[in-house]
Write a protein that binds this ligand. Structure first.
Ligand SMILES: Cc1cc2nc3c(=O)[nH]c(=O)nc-3n(C[C@H](O)[C@H](O)[C@H](O)COP(=O)(O)OP(=O)(O)OC[C@H]3O[C@@H](n4cnc5c(N)ncnc54)[C@H](O)[C@@H]3O)c2cc1C
Length: 332
């Protein structure tokens, strides 16, 4: 048996039948039979039960850079490289573009799966290619950004038939610091250099979010819901000041789930070992010793409070895994 407790940032106790560290693509040539649970840093998963198959921990390292004639830099990162460590190292080398994603836990291989994003930037905007191994067919894939089909916290990779391990991600970055200031927290601010933008983001995140090395959590538990503009108007009456962000579908807009949870009176609420984080209602935490059952029951209570108050159904952003693999919120 393989202990998954140190491999999920919710710090939930769970086991897998077996576990393997994958340090190179060659390690993927000699896998035991499935099912597989592919994990990076375990910062976006909720393990509901012991897993009946093999956990594959992506630990493929490597960072290669290629200077381009226009001042661009092509950067290829191994799937097992910590994302924030890569951002820090690239900054030291004078390579910019990822600063807004500073301090997001987890490894590079997971980043394209849910198209990680923060402070107005999604990683899919900077990705050129994703290399992956299809674990069912054994085929090596090299997918363009278009083939990855990135959208809000989603991608075609996330819905891959069977199992996939992202082995490397190639990004198009730059020697020129051209900050992305599209987010409300950054609008109108002036950053002298990339380091000051990174420090600013780290400062906000450190104040708002619990450190997952100290308090069990997986960041935003729920996705920000998309609602019609008419519904957004109704929400504005109930929840004055709630921001509404445009999305590719012009009939819809995105509203922050954290605002809805807070306005439903659920910020900082604690039920035994679980609760919503006092500084950010969207983060569900395990204060220590909680079971997956307690966390799920509390998540349901939070979602129910928002549904009752605003008529908006929340869906989890974290990925739920049961004994046989991924489970949906509906089928849990
Ligand atoms: C405090 C905190 C703050 C956070 N803030 C943000 C944020 O601002 N924005 C944001 O988008 N997310 C955020 N997250 C969520 C999380 O950090 C990201 O989703 C991150 O990309 C997960 O990386 P991971 O390596 O931990 O993935 P894991 O949790 O290990 O896995 C997540 C999913 O990706 C799959 N996966 C992992 N690695 C691979 C691979 N190599 N190949 C194929 N599939 C793989 C897993 O099977 C699983 O389905 C936060 C989490 C925490 C704890």
């Amino acid at each position: 048996m393989f202990d998954l407790t140190p491999h999920n940032t919710f710090a939930l106790r769970a086991m897998a039948r077996d576990g393997l560290e994958i340090r190179s693509k060659a390690d993927l040539d000699r896998l035991p039979g499935g099912p597989y649970l592919v994990l990076g840093g375990g910062s976006d998963v909720l393990l509901l039960e012991d897993f009946s198959g093999t956990a594959l921990l992506c630990r493929i390292g490597g960072m290669e850079t290629e200077e381009l004639r226009d001042g661009g830099v092509r950067v290829r990162l191994g799937g097992g490289v910590p994302l924030d460590g890569a951002i820090a190292e690239l900054g030291r080398q004078g390579i910019h573009g990822l600063e807004n994603l500073s301090l997001i836990p987890g490894l590079v291989g997971a980043a394209p799966i849910q198209n990680v994003g923060a402070y107005g930037l999604e990683i899919g905007e900077l990705i050129e290619r994703v290399e992956a191994r299809d674990l069912l067919t054994g085929e090596d894939l090299s997918l363009s950004a278009q083939e990855c089909g990135f959208s809000y916290r989603d991608s075609a990779l996330r819905h891959w038939e069977g199992a996939l391990m992202v082995t490397a991600v190639t990004l198009r970055l730059s020697r020129r610091f051209s900050p992305c200031l599209a987010h409300r927290a950054l609008e109108g601010r002036d950053f002298a250099d990339a380091r000051s933008l990174r420090d600013f983001i780290i400062g906000i995140r450190s104040r708002k979010l619990p450190d997952c090395r100290k308090v069990g959590n997986a960041g935003s538990f729920f996705r920000n819901p998309f609602v019609s503009w008419q519904k957004a108007e109704e929400l504005r009456e109930l929840c004055p000041g709630i921001p509404c962000y445009p999305v590719p579908d012009p009939t819809l807009c995105k509203v922050p789930a954290g605002w809805l949870i807070e306005a439903a009176g659920m910020r900082g609420v604690r039920r035994g070992a679980v609760g919503t984080w006092p500084q950010q209602a969207l983060v569900l935490v395990n204060y220590g010793g909680a079971s997956a059952h307690e966390l799920m029951a509390f998540a349901e209570e939070v979602a129910e409070a928002v549904l009752m108050r605003f008529g908006v159904a929340l869906e989890p952003e974290v990925r739920l895994f049961g004994a046989g693999g991924e489970m949906s919120w509906q089928s849990r």
